[in-house]
Design a protein around this ligand. Structure first.
Ligand code: ZN
Length: 275
């Protein structure tokens, strides 16, 4: 029996990260925090193999998706890096995956949490909705994993997203690595405590991987995006099948979750081009 583990790792929810100076490629502290991100990935990889994983694939899920340091990453894992990728933060999940984990995750806009946003952040996306419900990256990605019949068994990030994730997956294993004070400040676990926590939760997740049910949203699924400007919605509305809901909101409906996702993701990428 083989156990194939998928890991999606973002950066805003990494312990010690509280500001965009640490998450943007031009930021002063960026190079330091990408090491921290790589070490959090290593903790999850180590835990996965210790619990019996056969393969581990890690998808770099933040910004350019070129953050993890390939030569510092646990060499037993495969690394998916770069962007754009059709499944975005969930690239690498497929019918052969047995379980997925989310590391470094954060809340959706409008909710309490460090650097809260969805996908392209405050510059493009104001809100993302699944079936008219404002949704976090975690909720979107749980649907992508669910499409391939894969459950998400573990989430690491700030205390808010870890708590919020339990509304969708009540038995998900949480690794809160920092407690939110406000959007730009947190009380963080030390590096060593963070790695220990993530490793132990990854072990628990992989040992019990069959207990995490895949998420299937009601179909036809309607996905909508509220953009930060009218012009973005204007441009995206050129695409046949996209419905204009209001000045800044567009939507797309499909029987197929991945079709809806790809249409929304392409729309967001298109909207982000400067005109
Ligand atoms: Zn991110």
């Amino acid at each position: 029996m083989s156990i194939n583990v998928h890991i999606s790792i973002d950066m805003e929810g990494v312990s010690g990260v509280v500001h965009t100076d640490q998450t943007g490629q031009k930021g002063y502290d960026y190079n330091m925090m990408r090491k921290a991100m790589t070490l959090e990935a290593n903790a999850a990889i180590e835990g996965s193999f210790e619990a019996g994983a056969t393969t581990v694939v890690v998808n770099d899920s933040h910004g350019s998706m070129r953050n993890l340091l390939p030569y510092m990453l646990d060499q037993r894992a495969e690394l998916i890096s770069g962007s754009p990728k059709p499944l975005g933060m969930m690239q690498g999940v497929d019918d052969n995956s047995d379980i997925s984990m989310c590391i470094g995750y954060h809340s959706r806009p409008g909710e309490k949490g460090i650097l809260s946003h969805t996908i392209r952040g405050s510059s493009v996306v104001q809100h993302f909705y699944i079936n008219d419900k404002p949704s976090s990256e975690f909720e979107i990605n749980a649907g992508i994993a669910g499409y391939y019949n894969v459950g998400i068994g573990m989430i690491a990030g700030d205390s808010d997203i870890v708590n919020d994730a339990k509304n969708l997956i009540p038995n998900i294993i949480g690794a809160p690595v920092k407690a939110t004070i406000n959007k730009f400040s947190a009380k963080n676990l030390s590096g060593n405590e963070t790695f220990k926590l993530i490793k132990n939760k990854a072990i628990e997740c992989v040992e019990n991987y069959q207990e995490f049910k895949p998420i299937k949203y009601k179909t036809p699924v309607k996905m909508s995006v509220e953009f930060t400007s009218d012009l973005m919605a204007d441009v995206v509305s050129f695409i046949p099948g996209i419905k204009r809901e209001s000045r800044q909101v567009i939507s797309f409906e499909s029987q197929d979750y991945i079709e809806a996702w790809k249409c929304m993701y392409a729309s967001i990428l298109l909207a982000g081009i400067p005109y």
